[in-house]
Ligand binder design. Sequence first.
Ligand code: GRG
Length: 300
Amino acid sequence: MEDFTNLLARNARQIGEMLDAKLSNHIESGEIARPPRLLAAMRHGVLNGGKRLRPFLVIETARLFDANIEAAQCVGAALEAIHCYSLIHDDLPAMDNDDLRRGKPTVHKAFDEATAILAGDALLTIAFDFLSDDKLELDAKIRLQLINGLARSAGLGGMVGGQVLDLEAETKKPDESGIITLEAMKTGALIRYACEAGAILSNATREDRERLSEFGAAIGLAFQLADDVLDVTADTEALGKTAGKDIAANKATLVALHGVEWAKHQLEGLMEQADSLLEPFGNKADILRATARFVIERKN
Ligand code: GRG
């Protein structure tokens, strides 16, 4: 297998190119004008060196079923647009109030707060533009399932709902199951969707779809747990965002509750769970296994 880091970097380049093309100053049919400052803020929030892990998961789960990779890349780009919007909004003074993202000034610092809010809004809508565009060749029923799945994982009962629970947790500490729910929603929902989307667009069986959704849930939880560990153990330069914020804010995380060693043990348990869910796919799932390992061991 090609070195995992190279694979991830190549995917990041390809997804970056798709997003770059979508965020050009070319006016698409149905649009009236593309205001340059808004477009520049969207580009700042998107084309700034993310890992593009969520699109990678869509593509690699789709590969299990020999699906059309161009369609998977398009679904991945839509998902990445939503992920980038969530980061722009999360960094705002009303939420995490952060100056640094991916090692660069956050969108509201480089532009202003109103522009950052609107750049996030327009990235959310552009995700649905990607998925509904007829340049994306997909069976209508599959397309609707993809759109519906994305809306539900990103919205009220998914990422946005999780962010609200996270904000509420600042004043009323949740118990362990509350923390797991909020993390499964805030961070886990999009990662889970990424894995399920690969199966949906491949028209996989219900069983395979559920299996990949469970795989996504396991690595989504691992992703957040690793993030909480990094907040304690890494420095700001390595992270590309402010380290130590959870402790400073006395935030309720599983790491705050049980400690770093417990979290590392849990991460290994989640890796085993991910491995066993991938078993029926044999060698075809090697890249997904490596992705789970990467999530657990990541340094930023
Ligand atoms: C504001 C609606 C709204 C939602 C925000 C995603 C999120 C919900 C908040 C982000 C808070 C945070 C830093 C959570 C930790 C997990 C996470 C999403 C890390 C960033 O994702 P990566 O590592 O980032 O995939 P890159 O930069 O590689 O894209």
